[in-house]
Design a protein around this ligand. Sequence first.
Ligand code: GLN
Length: 236
Amino acid sequence: MNNQLTIAHIFPALLSTYGDAGNVSVLRHRAESRGIRVAIVDVLPGDPVPATADLYVIGGGEDAQEMRATELLREDSGLSMAVHRGAPVLAVCAGMQILGEWFTDGSDSRVIGLGLLDLRTERRSVRAVGDVIADATGVPDLPTLIGFENHRGATSLGSDARPLARVLHGIGNGAAEPVEGALQGSIIGTYLHGPVLALNSGLADHLLAVAVGQLAPMNDMLAEEFRANRFQRARA
Ligand code: GLN
């Protein structure tokens, strides 16, 4: 196990709906609890995206912020260099849409994304809002995922991407198949907020393990209680 971890947090203020920035805090907490030293690089608009970080996190955002982030990232090769080297990336909601081939804006024009995920996002007529429960079919041994979604995207996966999960409750990607999120190489895309890693510690540990190697088990009663409460609420 590598005992040093650098996390690049891409545009923490621009892309941070529903507390998505908390994903970075969860990663830090779970890494530090295993004795890993963590450095966080907040990549601000105008900063180059470092190509050498160990783990990348990009959150969700409103349409205008999503457009701005897309323009900035298209001019920067740091993230794609990291992806081609196999660095793990968590991309939430707008973050996932940006990493795709294209998404449509408010006037139904296509906005070209980074092309790192084989997916395309059109606009749903109705927003998908509410709790999501999904069976994490894409990652071995991951417990059922739970989170909150609020988006207008209908995201279809191409053949190079596979779903993160099968939707049991809620909308998820909202295209033909009842699936949620996307996996391609070392990228994990999801529509889940929560923050998703606070509600799904297993997913946080999966990302950390890809970044630093096998982790010691960790018992976090508070995280488990938080997660159990959310399941109870979603099922009520
Ligand atoms: N603006 C995008 C949409 O509505 C993403 C929303 C989000 O990241 N919460 O689909």
